[in-house]
Design a protein around this ligand. Structure first.
Ligand code: DGJ
Length: 544
């Protein structure tokens, strides 16, 4: 790798001085999170920003000369944001010597191609492991100790029960954020930061480093006990049940509070990962307060703690993470497993906004993305290894979403958006909004297409709906037909006044075509065919 602009300093204090950055920039101008009704929105340059994203494969961004062409490709594919690793081993190749060449290259390429960046801090942990720790950390394992298995075997996982591990990770992350404050606070190309990557303990549910065992046998810190009592009503059911089953104690050891077993090991571990991450995040935000989140490898397929990366920022551990790491803004699922709608619901709960930093690349993402934004007020969507996207469906969805983004952002959090995600098994769903009942059907469920019944796979169909007024809706999606009826139980019948296929330029709607006759099933429904992507505006009316 070429080192063109090496930024070398000896320590964090010196770094701040070198940056001329004694104070973090004023928060008002920086990307931040804001509530609008029930939604949490990412505000960028004073406006809600819906992230049409994609995450680079882990090693792509380290090839600096390729970044320009990769980002050009992403821009042409309709993305507005790239999620890009910021790798500790590249940023601090020698202890105390920082090199931000890789960050400079990502920011420059992003600016050239009008993309925003979410940086992923591959620091102490990446997919449980510590493979992105610089070699000087890895080699000095006595100073930077490892987690241990139950049988005492050392893992390539930095233990969170070590002050020197924390100090090293925290200092490097703070240096990165201070550098961003220096080079990017004015242009604000970097809009959010993921801290670490898929933290989680494996192959045991907890660390067996001697310090971990000592703390496991000690009383649960008062901070967590008080959190449980103060948030009793809203605790995740699985945590509340464990606590209640053990007598809802106000103090005691981990097994006294949560019972014996892998689940208690996991709660203990989550809390201590949380304490570590809190320190890292706080130091980072002090230098440059961008929104910061954690991503999770999901605990799917009925696996037990220890069989998946345990104790990560998982939905069932949200309370534990919140108690230990209140500076983290939200947690986010990496969705590689089936059950998309269910994962969305689990992570859009208890005040946690939905952001999907990784999802397995698939043509069906083109449908899922509409559902995430429409049904779950999502902040963003981002397939993994996006540079390998050679098929266009998601590009078409992003194109539609880009057009409706201002309108969607305005409607989020006010009960004015819904989403449909349909396939062969769940081919129909009814929702209520604004006094109407909307039934979405997969277009193949009408049986008109020969592909519907000849054994061909049904591509997933998805749409989002935005209510524009008492009698107007906007629908964007693919493969969905929607009928409308009154939900008010009166004797009036809801009819379709007209439907237009529309486009938006700078938020202004223009009509492309009136959709009637065959295109609306002679006025019975609004329809977007499978293999077609568009935005339609429907005006309803009532008759008796
Ligand atoms: C999830 C991780 O977060 C990514 O960095 C990458 O390793 C993918 N898994 C690979 O499938």
């Amino acid at each position: 790798m070429k080192h063109t602009s090496i930024f070398t300093i000896l320590g964090a204090a010196l770094l701040l001085a070198a940056c001329g950055q004694a104070q973090p920039p004023a928060q008002d101008n920086l990307p931040h999170l804001a509530k609008q009704g029930t939604a949490t929105q990412l505000m960028v340059d004073g406006k809600p920003f819906l992230m049409l994203g994609g995450e680079l494969g882990n090693s792509t961004a380290s090839s600096l000369h390729e970044l320009d062409s990769v980002f050009g490709q992403l821009h042409r594919a309709g993305l507005n944001t790239a999620l890009v690793p910021a790798c500790w081993e590249l940023i601090e190749p020698e202890e105390g010597r920082f090199d931000f060449t890789s960050i400079d290259a990502a920011i420059a390429a992003a600016r050239t191609h009008s993309l925003k960046l979410t940086l992923l801090w591959f620091g102490a942990w990446k997919n449980s492991m510590s493979c992105y720790a610089p070699l000087w950390v890895k080699e000095r394992y006595e100073k930077y100790p490892r987690s241990r298995t139950q049988s005492g075997y050392p893992l390539e996982i930095m233990t969170p029960f070590s002050d020197s591990n924390l100090a090293a990770d925290r200092r490097a992350f703070a240096a990165l954020m201070a550098y961003l404050a220096q080079v990017d606070a004015a242009a604000r190309t970097v809009i959010m930061v993921q801290v670490e990557n898929e933290i989680g303990m494996i192959p045991n549910a907890r660390d067996y480093h001697p310090e971990a065992t000592k703390r496991f046998n000690a009383p649960v810190p008062q901070q967590l006990c008080s959190y449980l009592a103060a948030h009793e009503a809203s605790l995740h059911p699985s945590l509340r049940e464990r606590w209640e089953a053990s007598g809802k104690k106000a103090s005691g050891t981990w097994t006294e509070l949560f019972g014996k077993g892998l689940e208690s090991d996991e709660i203990f571990m989550a809390y201590h990962y949380g304490l570590f991450v809190e320190e890292v995040v706080r130091a980072g935000k002090e230098a440059y307060p961008l929104p910061m989140y954690l991503n999770a490898a999901l605990n799917s397929r009925g696996r037990k703690p220890g069989e998946y990366p345990s104790a990560g920022p998982l939905a069932h551990l949200l309370d534990v993470w919140r108690a230990a790491a209140p500076s983290i803004d939200f947690i986010a699922p990496d969705i590689y497993d089936p059950g998309f709608a269910d994962w969305c619901a689990q992570y859009h709960a208890a005040g946690n906004p939905l952001f999907i930093p990784e999802i397995r690349m698939s043509n069906d993402n083109a449908a899922k993305v509409f559902y995430a934004f429409g049904e779950h007020e999502a902040m963003g969507f981002s397939p993994f290894s996006i540079e390998d996207m050679h098929t266009p469906p998601l590009t078409k969805s992003y194109e539609a979403l880009r057009q409706v983004a201002p309108l969607l952002a305005e409607a989020q959090g006010k009960g004015k958006t819904r989403g449909f995600l349909l396939d062969k098994d769940v081919s129909q769903r009814t929702v209520e909004m604004g006094g109407y009942r909307l039934t979405g059907r997969h277009v193949y469920s009408y049986g008109w297409s020969p592909l519907a019944g000849d054994g061909s796979p049904w591509p997933e169909a998805g749409a989002l709906v935005v209510q524009l007024s008492d009698s107007e809706f906007l629908v964007a999606g693919t493969g969905v037909a929607i009928t409308f009826s009154s939900a008010l139980g009166s004797d009036v019948v809801t009819g379709i006044g007209y439907i237009d296929k529309v486009a938006f330029t700078d938020g202004k709607m223009t009509v492309i075509r009136r959709m009637n006759g065959d295109q609306s099933h002679q006025g019975r429904h609004l329809r977007i065919e499978v293999g077609d992507w568009n935005i339609q505006h429907v005006k309803l009316y009532s008759y008796k």
